[in-house]
Design a protein around this ligand. Structure first.
Ligand code: HPA
Length: 273
C-alpha cells in the first residue's frame, strides 16, 4: 500500500537536486518556520500527486526544500489531518516523499492543549511518547508482517537529548511530555481532559501520531514538538477556539524557531545519526 513518494521526490529533485537530511512537518499556525529556509524552492502540494491540500485556514500547502543552519532540509508547510477526510493514511505520500529525498530524521510539530499548569500557552513541549486515543492507525490494511510495528522507542532518545541540549544552551529549557491524539475536529470535553490526565497525557491534539507511525514504519528517526496554544478544556476560564490556536501558535513559534534552527544544526552535523 505504498503511495506516490518516489514520483513526488523526483519532482522535488528536478526542481532542486540533492539529498536531504531532515524533514519537517509544520502544524497549525507554525508555517513561518518555512520562511527560515535558505536557497529554497517551493512546490505547491497541488503539483505533487496525492499530497493533500489542507482545508485548515492556518495551513499553507507547500513543500519547501533548501537549507537551514547549512543542513539540507525539506519542510512540509501544512499537513492534512484525519478529521478533514476520515483517512488516517492521508499523510502517507508526503512522509514517503521525505524518506525518498534522503531524510533520515523527521521533526514533526503541532499545536496542542496543555494539561500541565506549568507548561503555559506559548511554550514548546518536546514529545517523549504518545497515546493513540483515536482507535485509528495508518497501517490498517498493510498486508505483510511489517505492520506489527514496534513502537517502544517511537520518539528517538538521541534526538530528544539533542533537543534538550540545544534548549539548555539557548537558556530556555524545554518541557517534555506525552501527547495524546484525539481525532477532532471538535475539541475535547472537560471530562475527556480529566481522563487524559489520569491516563498520563501532558498535552492533547488532533495530529502528528499518524505521521509518526508512518515515519517509523518507513524506518525514519522521529522527534516531535508541540507548541502549547491553550490549556485543555475545563482547565482555562474561557472557551477553546481555532482563533486562539492560530494566535498562540505564532507566539510559540517565535520562541521555538531558534530551538529548531539549533536542533537542525546539532543533528544535521552529527554524522553518526
Ligand atoms: N485540543 C486538541 N487540539 C488542540 C488543542 C486542544 O486543546 N489546542 C490546539 N490543538
Amino acid at each position: 500500500m505504498s503511495g506516490f513518494g518516489r514520483e513526488c521526490a523526483e519532482i522535488v529533485r528536478a526542481a532542486r537536486p540533492g539529498t536531504y537530511r531532515i524533514g519537517m512537518i509544520l502544524g497549525s499556525g507554525l508555517g513561518s518556520l518555512a520562511e527560515e529556509v535558505e536557497d529554497a524552492v517551493r512546490i505547491p502540494y497541488t503539483k505533487l500527486s496525492e499530497f493533500p491540500v489542507s482545508t485548515v485556514t492556518s495551513h499553507s500547502s507547500e513543500l519547501v526544500a533548501g537549507t537551514m543552519s547549512g543542513v539540507p532540509v525539506v519542510i512540509l508547510s501544512g499537513r492534512a489531518h484525519y478529521y478533514e477526510s476520515g483517512n488516517a493514511q492521508i499523510m502517507r505520500t508526503p512522509v514517503e516523499t521525505l524518506k525518498e529525498l534522503g531524510c533520515e530524521v523527521l521533526l514533526a510539530t503541532n499545536a496542542a492543549g496543555s494539561l500541565r499548569e506549568e507548561v503555559a500557552p506559548g511554550s514548546p513541549m518536546l514529545i517523549s511518547d504518545h497515546i493513540n486515543w483515536s482507535g485509528l492507525n495508518p497501517l490498517i490494511g498493510e498486508e505483510d508482517e511489517s505492520r506489527f510495528l514496534d513502537m517502544s522507542a517511537a520518539y528517538d532518545a538521541d534526538l530528544r537529548a539533542a533537543m534538550k541540549k540545544v534548549a539548555e544552551e539557548t537558556g530556555d529549557p524545554v518541557a517534555e511530555g506525552n501527547y495524546m491524539w484525539f481525532s477532532g475536529p471538535s475539541f475535547e470535553t472537560p471530562a475527556e481532559i480529566r481522563m487524559a490526565k489520569l491516563l498520563g497525557a501532558d498535552a492533547v491534539g488532533m495530529s502528528t501520531v499518524p505521521e509518526v507511525i508512518i515515519a517509523r514504519f518507513l524506518g525514519m528517526r522521529v522527534a516531535a514538538m508541540s507548541v502549547i496554544t491553550n490549556y485543555g478544556a475545563g482547565l482555562q476560564a474561557h472557551a477553546l477556539s481555532h482563533d486562539e490556536t492560530k494566535t498562540m501558535a505564532k507566539v510559540g513559534m517565535d520562541r521555538m524557531k531558534e530551538l529548531v534552527r539549533a536542533f537542525v544544526k546539532e543533528v544535521g552535523n552529527d554524522r553518526n545519526d
